[in-house]
Design a protein around this ligand. Structure first.
Ligand SMILES: [Zn+2]
Length: 343
């Protein structure tokens, strides 16, 4: 299996984060990518350098106004006297989306769900490359590879078609799924990140051609709070094609694997031509977010079970934060997956 990645994705280095009202270092740090790359190499993957893939795949799932905002916001923001080095909104369109502001601070609120995704001078380039990483992995799978691991960083699953959130700007898993649709009539996205894949859900909510399934910590007391409940099943033509499997806080391997069996049964019934795994490793018992208690061995079991679907698979990196076992958890997932995967 290949790991697709470009070190220039590390140039995005967000500083600002608010936790319990305290301003602190943003946990989505570039060092994550070093640990993950080492974990992929340890699993025997061969590194392929990401080459910029152009704007098409991003525009296929994100709105023109949002892309324009991501491209231009930092330059416009820093022209303001006394502005911070990073774009961080101080206003949000609570329960009203009728107007579209023209000023960059208004647009920042409109296009950013929270304050966890600051935009610096280097953000857009890194975000584009992170998406290109997913595109390149998708192309390799369409060209016949059984599976490819896209080390997409910054992550993407909290990004909606027109809104950033939770460290995410462009939805790399969504980009991959849309890319797979060029060949496959039905594509499934299985999100095993600690947090609900709300952006991915939103992106495909009214579509039956992309099934979205997410396992995550119960959002009633956990980010992203406003999405991720069982009764969110899709709308219109997409009704029945979104599945949420919230898990009680601090659930460990047994509960996670049991929910994963339900997810896999749903995907099998859908009979997709290809699969995107939105691979967060933050459900780990030692992850700083501390929501669930999946063990290192648990990630191996998760990989094995997903491989049992026997589908061409693009594995896209989502969350998973700095802790001693971050790389080891990826290694274990990838070796578990590779040991069982045939198509
Ligand atoms: Zn997460």
């Amino acid at each position: 299996m290949k790991v697709v990645y470009n070190e220039a994705q590390k140039r995005h280095y967000p500083k600002h984060f608010v936790a319990s009202g305290v301003i602190t270092q943003n946990p989505e740090m570039p060092e994550r990518a070093d640990r993950l790359l080492a974990g992929a190499i340890e699993a025997g993957l061969e590194h392929e350098l990401t080459v910029e893939q152009g704007p098409g795949p991003i525009s296929a799932v994100h709105s023109p106004a949002y892309i324009e905002f991501l491209m231009s916001a930092h330059a416009r923001w820093t022209r303001r006297q006394g502005a911070s080095a990073e774009v961080i909104p101080n206003v949000h369109p609570v329960r009203s989306r009728s107007g579209y502001p023209r000023s960059v601070d208004g647009q920042a609120g409109y296009h950013m769900a929270d304050t966890a995704c600051p935009i610096s001078a280097d953000t857009w380039e890194a975000v584009r490359l992170s998406a290109s990483t997913a595109v390149q992995a998708t192309t390799a799978v369409l060209d016949g590879a059984a599976s490819v691991y896209a080390l997409s960083r910054p992550p993407g699953h909290h990004a909606f078609a027109d809104m950033a959130g939770g460290f995410c700007y462009v939805n790399n898993s969504g980009v991959a799924a849309q890319g797979l649709r060029a060949v496959h009539d039905r594509v499934a996205i299985l999100d095993v990140d600690l947090h609900h894949g709300n952006g991915t859900q939103g992106m495909f909510y009214d579509r039956a051609d992309v099934l979205t399934v997410s396992l995550h910590c119960d959002p009633s007391r956990f980010y992203p709070f406003f999405w991720g409940y069982e009764d969110e099943r899709g709308e219109g033509a997409g009704y029945g094609y979104n599945m949420n499997l919230p898990l009680a806080r601090h659930s460990a391997d047994a509960a996670f694997l049991e929910a994963l069996d339900s997810a896999i049964a749903r995907i099998r019934a859908y009979s997709p031509g290809a699969l995107v795994v939105a691979l967060g490793l933050d459900a780990y018992e030692g992850d700083p977010f501390g929501g669930l208690r999946v063990s290192t061995d648990g990630f191996g079991r998760i990989g094995e079970k997903i491989a049992g679907l026997r589908l061409p698979t693009v594995i896209v990196q989502e969350g998973g934060y700095l802790c001693d076992d971050l790389g080891r958890n990826l290694t274990r997932f990838l070796t578990g997956f590779a040991a069982q995967h045939t198509v």
